[in-house]
Structure formats: C-alpha cells, structure tokens
Design a protein around this ligand. Structure first.
Ligand code: PGD
Ligand code: PGD
Ligand code: 6MO
Length: 820
C-alpha cells in the first residue's frame, strides 16, 4: 500500500468521525507575501463557505488558522484547503493576457490557447481590453455575440455572486445583449422532467424531515447516492445538520441498502447492504422490481388510482404486451447484473416495509437520464407510500443537507442580474437575448444557426464570438475535453475571472484576478434547507496581490459602458449588505421572530433560529395524500404523471411518454461495447469539483502525484496493475494518467476517477494530448441526455486502463502559466 493511499483511507475514515474539530487547526504560513492584509488583526473572524461556517485566525495580516464554528455538528475535513486556497501557488496574482492576443489582437493564434504563454498587464490595460472587446463584439455581431451564460459553483455570498454581477453589468451596460444559459450540470435532466411528472423541480426541495425518517422508515435505500460524502457541501453555507440524524438512524439498526457500483462512504458508515448494479442500467433494475410487484399483485392499485394518471398506459410496456418484452426480473438481471432473485427480494422487501427510496443525481447525469427519476417515482407510486411518514422517494437527501428540518428564519435577498427571475428558480433567469441549455455550449460553438430541441421547443444556436466566464471552470465541468479544446478555438475572445489558474484560465485570452470570499464582506444564509442561521461573512484579510472584488470589477465595466449608476444604484459593499439584510428584518415581523438591526447583527456575526416542532414532523406530499383535490400537484392532471400527454405531444424518440429503458450511447456489458470498463466520474471526496484541487489537500489523496483511479483487484490483476502504479485510462475520446488504488470497494468492470481533477495536458492546446494529472472529462461523452432536457452526460463513459510504463510526464497544472 502506498503512503498516499493509506493517508487517503485514514482521512476518509476521519471524515466519518464527528470529532473533526480539533484537527482542523492552523496550516503553516506559506508562500505568499505581497499585498497581505491589514484587516481583522488579532482574534478570530467568522466567515463561511460551501464547506461551512468557520473561524479564521489572523496574525500580522496573514490568515494562519481555521477552526470550525461551534454550531457545526460535523465540520468538513476539507476546511484546511479553504485557507490554503488563498495562499496557494495556483493563485492568480495579476491581470494577464495571452501573448498572441495582446500582440496581434482578438482571434490571433487561437490554436495556441492553453499553452500558457501569458503577459502581465496593469489593471488599467486589462479593463481597456475587456471593455473594448465587449463593445467590439457587440457592435460587430449584435446581441448574440457575447456568451455570458457562465456556469459554476463560485463562492457563497449574496452580493459577490459573480455570475449575477456579470449579467447585471451586461444588462445595464449592453442592454441585455448577451447569450445566457438555462439549467445546471447538477440536475439538468431531473429539473426538466420532474415538473412534468410531479409538478415541481423536486431536486431542490425539502424532503420528508429526517426525524420522521429515523422514526418511521424501516428500509432506507440510497440509490446512486452518497450523502456522507456529498452533504459536506452546501450551495449557500453548509450546515451539516443531516449528520446527527444519520448517526441516529444508524443506532436504530434498521436496514440500509446502497445501490451503487462503488462501496461508498455512506455504505461504510451504515455498514449497509451493498448492491452493485452495472452502471447506467438502473432503469432496467427498477423495471424488474416494478414487474415483480405487478406480476405478484403487490402493487398498490388504490394509490395508483387515486394519486396518479397513466399507469394503465404504462402496464402494457411493463408486461411486454406492447413490445413483446416483459420487463421481468430475469430480463432486468441480464442488463443490470443484479441476480433475478435479488430483484424479486427487493420488490418484496420494499413492499412489506416502510421504504424510503433516496436517490442521488448521477443516475440522471447519463444518456437518457430523464428516465431514472421518472421510473423511481413510478416505482414509489406502485409501492403506494408517497406522502406517508418515512415512505416514498427523495431526490435531495444527499444534497446540501436536504431533510434537515427547516428553522423559522428569514431568507436574505441578494444581488439580481437585472433579468426577469423565474419564481422559485433563480438560476433559470430569463435575462439575455438568447439562451441555451447550459451543457450544450460546445454544440453551440460547432453549430451556429442550427436547430436544437429543448423541452418541447425548437430553438436555434446563436453564433457567439466571445465568452466571459466567472465563478466556474468549464475546462473541468464540461464533457469530452478534446472536442472542447477544438471548439473553444471558435471564440475570438475569452475572458476568465477567477482567483486560481484553472485550466479555463489557461485557455483564456484575458485573465482577471478576483478575490476569494475571505477578502471581502458579504452575508449568507446557513443551511440550504435548514436555513438555521444568517451569517456575516466578514473579511478575513485584505485582497492578496492585485486581486479585486467581482463587484468592483463589474461596477467598473458597467461604468465604462456608461451605466455605472444603474449597476451600483449608488450603493457600495456595505450599502448592499444592509439592503439584503433589511429583507430579513421585514420577514422577522411577519414570521414572529426577533431579527436585530444590522449593526447588532454585524457585531454578533451569526444569528441562529429555532427549528419548530412541526418542521421536524414534515412529510413531503403528506398534504397531497390527505387531500388530492384540495392540494393538487402542479402537473396538468394535478396528479403524479406516469404517462405524460405533454411529453407525448413533443414526439421525441429519445424521451417517450412513460418511463422506458433505452440503451445509452455506450455502456459496459453489451456484446458491442468497445471498452471493458465503466468510468465512474463521481463527485470528489476531497474537493468541491475542481475547487481546492490547487491546494495542499491534494497531498492527502494523490497517488503517484496524480488523481487516484480506483480499480477492482480482479481488473487490476488482469492488467498487471499494482496499487500505486501510474496508469493510463483511455478511450477514443481521450487519455489521462492517474495513480491506481487497487480495491474491493469498486465493482469489477468499473473504475472510479473523480470529476474535478485539474486538466494538465502535456501539450497545452493540442486536442488529444495526454492529460498528466487526471481530468475525467477527457473520457466522457458530450451529448444531451435527450431532446427533452439536453442535460450533460458526465456519467456516461467507458474506457480501458493500462499500466503506464514510460517515464510519466510532469504535472504542470498547478504551477501557473509560464510567462509570469
Ligand atoms: P468548480 O470547480 O466549483 O466547478 O463545475 P464548476 O464549474 O462549478 O468551479 C468554480 C470556479 O469558480 C473555480 O475555478 C473557483 O476558483 C471559481 N470561484 C470561486 N469563487 C469565486 C469568486 O468569488 N469569484 C470568481 N470570479 N470566481 C470564483 C461543477 C459542475 O461539474 C457540476 S455542479 C456538476 S454537478 C457536474 N458534475 C460532473 C460529474 O458528476 N461528472 C463529470 N464527468 N462531470 C461533471 N461536471 C459538472
Ligand atoms: P455523485 O458522487 O456524482 O454525486 O451529487 P451526486 O449524487 O450526483 O454520484 C453519487 C453516487 O452515484 C456515487 O457513489 C456513484 O458511484 C454512483 N453512481 C454513478 N453512476 C451510477 C449508476 O449508473 N448507477 C448507480 N446506482 N449509481 C451510480 C452531486 C452533488 O454533490 C452536486 S450536483 C454537487 S454540485 C456537490 N458536489 C460535491 C463535490 O464536488 N464534493 C463533495 N464532497 N460533495 C459535493 N456535494 C454536492
Ligand atoms: Mo452540481
């Protein structure tokens, strides 16, 4: 066992212990000197992030220690990486411009993008170039020339929301002349199909409260979900309030099942029954269970009659009357690899016990991903437990601590992008002259003017010429990297504003250094679902080097475009924070809770709120079950739609009108599979996507200086691969190097390489180049889930692995560009 590996395992076990607090102490001061801070001298400063609320210790203007807040029941062991991200060598220090762009102008030598040849410029020069390009592209190509649909996880905070700020600047400065994006990479397929089926987004909504699950659920199923890993993270500031309930559930000794190609942290935590399913075949497995229920008359006909529509249209497909193929347990077993007897056993177990089917999102981040959650809802409907305490299904127990009971608390307002917001779904903003489904960015570049389908509409891809990316890392999050490297060359100008030298920054023309959330003031709610506190995110240190706040950068751009006042509305940082807070004050009276004035709040740092008893008893769809007429769902029929007339009308071959098993474009286990191994591109245990990959945390999980690649012992042996070896993972789309972890925790036929490893091509800018570090999106397919949702398929990829016997090339991704 390699040294790295044992550390990796130790640290993983550490995550499961609730006593993480003590170990989160100081990271030795390092690396940075220039521009360090004067703010917040002496004592601890409270701030927060996607990883939770923390206290920062500052000495002589340097941030030197990080400790979790006492109110965090299960701090993330990633916290030390948060501190290190400020001082890491990957930090962007100054505005930088690609040499060819600076010397020859926009569109020059685009094939050399990514080779790292940058020149430092002043902020003044950088802003002149940025504003000049925005004007030029707008004047030359019209309202669809600039792509500002910039997607990504940015940082927490209601003001320095860089994506809203970008679009706000272009809304006021260029009258909305930009192309936007719709949806996200997390739940693209589900957030489009679920409104047709359940009348709501489902994926970002409160779940049956966990105290109810602890009390009433007999069988807890995690279906492609690893909440012990993923609940470390919140979109606002993480609360981690699900962890104590997970402990409680574990103490009851009730049954937990994990259906996953990997023995997950969650499976280990609960000592769960681990059922390995062949990746991308869960719909078949669900159909096999549904068929057993139907054949043995175990389905809840009364529930189906009263609360759903379309079961009768689905039955002929289930029985095979419509296509000659009964979706029996035996049929399913052939496809998904779970023995038929086990499938039948699951049907009976689920039916005879109060069962909660809790699904993660990987299942819908696959070709035909819409089907997985639609079929899960159908299965839950056949079990008839939706709306009963502890029964039914949940699509957000693994995300941002879904199911943690909600406090009676105020919700803060935040900066708007100036476009018309979609109620209840702020990210579905309608700002912009046109919009594309977010993951279709490369299709857009390759096919300007071409038609595409999306949720019943046909639209045209705009002809964009320039991209402005903030708070996201497309050269990490987007699929099929080599195709993307080529497509990116169609942009005449690419601007990236970030605080780290990500691959996206390396593939840009103009790079602007932003501050981290710890070098500015902001406010945020704590707990996406629990909403248990309101936090003053106080500046820990002054901006390092020449980094500037996103708000200030975009205010200057708006000003140079002649709309500075419309952008700032005459308010500075603290002015805005007070305004966002005043929304909370107003709600205080209505909700009968005490909300102090801003100054008292700011002084105090954090306000916590009570969780009412009724929130602990919340049962999702309890009202609907009680009275389906008075509490109808938001679907056309007001009921759960197992058959959707609306989807039928769209007439999509790749998304029929009821849940259907459809072969993905590629998977393992078929006679014509070109490669033998499925690539499980799950979310990383030690990062948030690519965030913190540029920090010292990497030392704790790297194997042979690269991303780990988990491989089953049998597959490793067949290839002569030993633990700790450098391996090449490859398919027809790309190739990467990784360090092998030989393990029984991954099913045979599957390798796991986490998403978010920084792309480190040996020849930057050359499509097909070997990636020396391990960006799994070198291997994944870049197609839409279907014509309905056009979501990404980050979990669709098959490949092979071999021992790498040559001298492995150096990893350059973490050194910054060469010309600094
Ligand atoms: P992050 O690494 O979080 O990834 O993709 P996303 O692009 O969100 O990138 C955020 C970037 O914002 C970082 O570079 C960070 O430094 C920068 N940033 C943070 N704060 C600020 C700020 O205040 N200002 C500025 N200017 N920049 C800031 C995530 C995406 O990846 C998601 S959500 C999912 S669900 C997908 N998952 C998968 C997957 O499961 N499998 C594959 N194969 N691919 C995926 N890609 C998707
Ligand atoms: P993944 O890890 O991609 O997480 O949450 P999501 O549920 O999408 O997948 C969950 C599990 O699905 C994994 O254990 C994987 O092995 C399994 N799986 C993959 N393919 C299949 C399959 O075909 N069938 C079955 N049954 N299982 C399969 C993502 C969510 O996590 C999101 S969207 C974001 S933006 C956040 N990201 C992070 C993060 O980057 N890092 C951490 N630590 N936590 C996060 N939380 C959030
Ligand atoms: Mo996501």
């Amino acid at each position: 066992m390699s040294a790295n590996r044992s550390y990796y395992v130790n640290r993983r076990d550490f995550l499961l212990s609730a006593s993480a607090l003590g170990a989160l102490g100081a990271i030795a001061p390092s690396l940075l000197t220039a521009g360090a801070a004067r703010a917040a001298e002496g004592g601890a400063v409270l701030n927060g992030s996607h990883w939770g609320v923390f206290k920062a210790t500052v000495q002589d203007g340097r941030w030197v220690g990080i400790d979790a807040w006492e109110g965090d029941p299960h701090p993330s062991p990633q916290l030390p990486g948060v501190l290190d991200s400020v001082y890491s060598p990957t930090r962007i220090k100054y505005p930088m411009v690609r040499r060819a762009f600076l010397e020859k102008g926009a569109g020059a030598d685009v094939e050399s993008r990514g080779n790292g040849d940058f020149v430092r410029v002043s902020w003044e020069k950088a802003m002149e170039l940025v504003v000049g390009e925005l004007k030029r592209v707008n004047e030359t190509y019209g309202p669809e020339g600039i792509f500002a649909g910039s997607y990504g996880w940015k940082s927490s905070g209601k003001l320095h929301n860089c994506q809203s700020l970008l679009r706000r600047a272009l809304n006021v400065g260029l009258k909305g002349a930009f192309v936007n994006s719709t949806g996200d990479y997390s739940t693209a397929a589900s957030q489009v199909i679920m409104p047709h089926v359940m009348g709501t987004l489902e994926v970002y909504e409160q779940q049956t409260a966990l105290p109810v699950v602890v009390e009433s659920t007999d069988v807890l199923v995690f279906w492609g979900a690893d909440p012990i890993k993923t609940n470390q993270i919140g979109w606002t500031v993480a609360d981690h309030d699900t962890y104590p309930y997970m402990e409680e559930f574990k103490k009851t000794g009730k049954k937990v099942i994990c259906i996953d190609p990997v023995r997950t942290q969650t499976a280990k935590f609960f000592d769960a029954e681990w059922i390995t399913v062949r990746p991308q075949t869960d719909v078949a497995l669900m159909l096999g269970i549904a068929h057993t229920l139907y054949a043995e008359e175990l389905h809840d006909a009364e529930f189906l009659d009263n609360y759903t529509v379309g079961f009768d249209d689905f039955v002929p497909y289930l029985t095979g009357d419509s296509d000659g193929t009964p979706k029996s347990a035996e049929w399913a077993s052939e496809i998904c690899g779970v023995p038929a007897d086990k499938i039948k056993e699951l049907a009976k177990l689920f039916q005879s016990n109060r069962t909660m089917l809790s699904s993660g999102w990987s299942l819908q981040r696959q070709h035909h991903g819409e089907q997985a959650h639609w079929m899960l809802v159908t299965l839950a409907s056949m079990l008839g437990q939706i709306g009963l305490p502890g029964g039914g299904f949940g699509l957000s127990y693994h995300y941002a601590n879904g199911g943690a009971p909600s406090a009676n608390s105020p919700v803060l307002a935040g900066i708007t992008d100036g476009g018309a917001a979609v109620e209840g779904a702020a990210w579905l903003t309608q700002a912009g002259a046109a919009s594309i489904p977010v993951a279709r960015v490369v299709d857009m570049l390759e096919n300007p003017g071409a038609d595409f389908n999306f949720n019943g509409k046909t639209q045209k891809y705009p002809a964009v010429k320039m991209a402005y990316w903030v708070g996201g890392n497309p050269f990490s999050h987007h699929q099929d990297r080599n195709r993307m490297v080529k497509a990116w060359q169609k942009f005449e100008t690419v601007i990236v504003q970030d605080f780290q030298w990500t691959a996206s920054a390396r593939f840009a023309d103009i790079v602007l250094p932003a501050t981290t959330a710890y070098e500015r003031n902001d406010i945020e709610n704590v707990g996406d679902y629990s909403l248990k506190a309101v936090l003053a995110m106080k500046k820990v240190i002054d901006p390092v080097f020449e980094a500037r706040n996103d708000f200030d950068i975009f205010a200057e751009i708006a000003d140079k475009l002649g709309a500075g006042d419309a952008f700032t509305e005459g308010k500075d940082e603290m002015g805005w924070l007070k305004e966002f807070y005043s929304a909370a004050e107003q709600q205080g009276a209505a909700k009968n809770i005490e909300v102090p004035d801003f100054d008292t709040f700011w002084e105090k740092g954090v306000l916590t709120f009570e969780i009412p008893e009724e929130a602990k008893q919340y049962v999702r769809y309890g009202d609907y079950r009680e009275d389906p007429l008075l509490e109808p769902l938001g679907t056309p029929s007001g009921k759960i739609e197992i058959f959707s007339r609306n989807i039928e009308k769209m007439g999509y071959e790749d998304c029929p009108a009821h849940p259907t098993w459809m072969e993905p474009v590629e998977r393992t286990g078929t006679p014509d599979a070109k490669f033998p191994l499925h690539v499980d591109a799950a979310h990383p245990e030690w990062r948030l996507h690519s965030q913190l990959c540029g920090t010292k945390l990497r030392d704790e999980y790297m194997v042979a200086g690269r991303e780990p690649c988990l491989i089953n012992a049998k597959d490793a042996e067949a290839r002569g691969i030993a633990d700790g070896d450098v391996v090449r993972v490859f398919n027809d789309r790309g190739q990467l190097l990784a360090g092998a972890i030989v393990t029984e925790d991954v099913a045979p036929g599957v390798v796991r390489v986490f998403e978010g490893g920084w792309y480190s091509p040996v020849e930057g800018g050359t499509p097909g180049s070997l990636d020396a570090y391990g960006d799994v999106n070198c291997l994944t397919v870049d197609i839409g889930t279907s014509s309905l949702a056009q979501g990404n398929c980050g979990h669709t990829a098959i490949a092979d692995v071999e021992k790498y016997t040559e001298t492995p090339p150096a990893v350059t991704a973490f050194d910054g560009p060469k010309a600094e």
